[in-house]
Design a protein around this ligand. Structure first.
Ligand code: CTP
Length: 391
């Protein structure tokens, strides 16, 4: 998220209040300064002191403690999150009732608002609560959840506050400028696997982390994203159209099926260059030696380059060493706008790590090297350069 962001975190009286401590912690990890405002009921579930320790900021509970806190706190904040938001607070805010510090802040605050409701499922399906949620949505409030699951009262139903990463992701998205609105980005990620028999396959090393980070960064910036991924243990980012494939031939078919509406394609996948020419239908018995006959997969990126039209095409070159010449050749041969050279021999680059060290080369031949960065930061740099190529 952009730097120097102040987030006002409103905590109301639900058993889920204890989970807000984790929201505060993770927002701070994302670089935000978090100020907490609690209702009196929230203080019955968790003490302000816990939030003070986590945020290193004073926690605000009392409307009459500091004059003008109901104005100053809201003026200084870039996002107002209310999590958990109880039925009582939702109904009050929708009606404009200002009887505590949180609801007073609500009336003075003019920026984006995110609410994560938490309540018993009977309360959530109450027509009055539904009506007030509709009203708040109409006035621009973004709701995350609630979801179905086990509730504190021991019952099951829709009313549980969503998982923390979802709230944090919605917060980061709300604070990220939507400079990719109107873009339709096709991202490939992960390895492809090419079966030898029903249990064995050949593949490339790839966790999918770089491609998933690109998809996530693009979504945060307002793009429509289709993520086409080989097997990966990662959870697809919320909001992406996700298509799981296994073989390179499947990836190729899905890429070309979705190409028409794409404004850019980013091929971060580690596509297997070869596949076994004969796939056994039953598991092969072990023998002392085995020879595999491999055929070449078609190069998806090369094919894309031949029919790219006005699309921006971005490829990756994973090399052992900073092989600029080879990356430049790939850029030219595959008709790319940008190539991301990834020296897998460097520390902090390559597979299964959260960082990467890349050099970007554009079609004008400009070479830009970057220091070690988190994959989400690398993703944003690639997207910035994609925007530049469009000019
Ligand atoms: N790629 C592809 N289809 C393939 C192989 C690779 O679309 N069958 C894409 C990858 O997703 C990547 C780029 O091509 O964006 C570069 O892949 P890489 O394996 O580094 O290079 P190759 O062109 O396959 O050449 P080599 O393996 O000889 O370095």
């Amino acid at each position: 998220m952009p730097g120097n962001r102040n987030i006002l975190l409103g905590v109301t009286g639900s058993i889920a209040a204890y989970r807000s401590v984790d929201i505060a912690r993770r927002l701070i990890d994302e670089g935000a300064d978090v100020r907490v405002v609690m209702t009196e009921a929230a203080c019955r579930f968790i003490t302000p002191y816990t939030f003070e320790a986590v945020t290193r900021n004073p926690v605000h509970c009392d409307l009459f403690r500091e004059p003008f806190s109901h104005i100053n706190l809201s003026k200084e904040s870039h996002l107002f999150i209310i999590a958990p938001a109880t039925a009582n607070t939702i109904n009050k805010l929708s009606c404009g009732i200002a009887d505590n510090l949180l609801s007073n802040l609500w009336l003075t605050y003019e920026g984006p608002v995110l609410m994560a409701p938490a309540m018993n499922f009977r309360m959530y399906r109450n027509p009055l609560v539904k009506k007030h949620i509709r009203e708040l949505k109409k006035s621009g409030v973004q709701f995350v959840g609630p979801v179905s699951g086990s509730l504190a009262c021991g019952e099951e139903g829709e009313g549980r506050m969503v998982e923390i990463p979802e709230i944090v992701e919605a917060a980061v998205s709300a604070l990220t400028p939507d400079d990719l609105t109107g873009w339709n980005i096709l991202v490939t990620a992960g390895p492809t696997i090419e079966p030898i028999d029903p249990v064995r396959f050949i593949s490339n090393r790839s966790s999918g982390k770089m491609g998933y980070a690109i998809a996530q960064a693009a979504l945060r910036r307002g793009a429509d994203v289709t993520l086409i991924s080989g097997p990966s243990s990662l959870k697809p980012p919320q909001g992406a159209s996700f298509i799981a494939i296994e073989k390179a031939s499947e990836m190729e078919a899905v890429v070309f099926k979705h190409l028409k509406k794409a404004t850019s394609v980013i091929m971060a996948a580690a596509v297997s260059d070869y596949f076994p020419s004969d796939t056994a239908k039953v598991k092969l018995k072990k023998t002392d030696a085995m020879a595999l006959n491999l055929k070449k997969n078609s190069d998806i990126l090369l094919k894309l380059g031949k029919q790219k039209g006005r699309r921006i095409l971005i490829g990756f070159a994973a090399e052992s060493g900073k092989d600029i010449r080879s990356a430049k050749n790939k850029l030219k041969e595959k008709n790319l706008d940008l190539i991301v050279l990834n020296d897998i021999s460097q520390q902090g680059a390559g597979f299964d790590v959260d960082t990467n060290v890349v050099t970007l080369i554009n079609k004008k031949g400009e070479i830009t090297g970057y220091p070690i960065m988190k994959k989400i930061e690398v993703a944003n740099v690639i997207l910035d350069r994609m925007l530049e190529s469009d000019k």
